[in-house]
Design a protein. Structure first.
Length: 219
């Protein structure tokens, strides 16, 4: 995972801890929230990996039982090793495996973010996440007004919080962090949406960011 990608995920987690009014957080407050968030990430990753391991054990037991209960093995002498048998339905197995892969990927991402944040040589991850939060706090009205302008028939307060936080992070980068490449900011905002929000969020966020890019002439 690249440092700035980790920083954006950390910023997203940071924003999720904010209360409704987020203009009074000091840098020390933000650092404390990040520390708390990293601890939550590590704990969550551990729980998710335990869930994945538990699911693998259940799947292994189901396969073992299916094999043992097959006619060919029921007729073998007691003590003889089972003969492998074909599994007729692959859809259930694939679904379970995909679910475990998704859990494992989220856990690995959480551990990577935690590692990036705690390593002294990677303080730029924490600093970049805090920079996003501080710049948003200073420019909250302009950023939220920009979102509101392009969200037709929706009040900002009614937006899904995850979508609003992703938009706030991306627009903060687009408008106030000049060395953040536009395409990277948008692409990673969409990845956050796909990972953490609803099914339609990525296309919604992409549409809003496209309008912001045109409005401000960002290239």
């Amino acid at each position: 995972m690249q440092a700035r990608r980790a920083a954006r995920e950390l910023a997203f987690i940071l924003f999720s801890q904010f209360e409704k009014q987020i203009i009074n957080y000091s840098k020390k407050d933000l650092e404390d929230i990040i520390l708390k968030s990293v601890r939550i990430l590590k704990s969550s990753a551990t729980d998710e990996l335990k869930t994945a391991v538990g699911s693998l054990i259940v799947m292994r037991d189901q396969i073992d039982n299916y094999e043992a209960d097959s006619e060919i093995n029921l007729n073998r002498p007691i003590g003889a090793p089972n003969i492998p048998v074909p599994i007729p339905m692959t859809s259930d197995m694939s679904g379970r495996i995909n679910e475990m892969i998704e859990i494992a990927e989220k856990a690995l991402t959480a551990l990577e973010i935690a590692e990036f944040t705690t390593l002294d040589s990677q303080n730029d991850v924490k600093d970049y996440a805090i920079s996003i939060a501080e710049l948003f706090q200073k420019n909250q009205k302009e950023i939220d007004d920009t979102i509101q302008k392009h969200v037709k028939n929706w009040d900002l307060g009614r937006l899904v919080k995850m979508d609003k936080d992703i938009l706030r992070i991306a627009i903060t980068e687009l408008l106030f962090i000049k060395d953040a490449p536009m395409k990277v900011v948008v692409d990673e905002a969409l990845e956050l949406a796909k990972k953490y929000s609803t099914e339609d969020s990525a296309s919604f966020i992409n549409g809003i960011l496209a309008k912001v890019i045109v409005e401000y002439g960002i290239s």
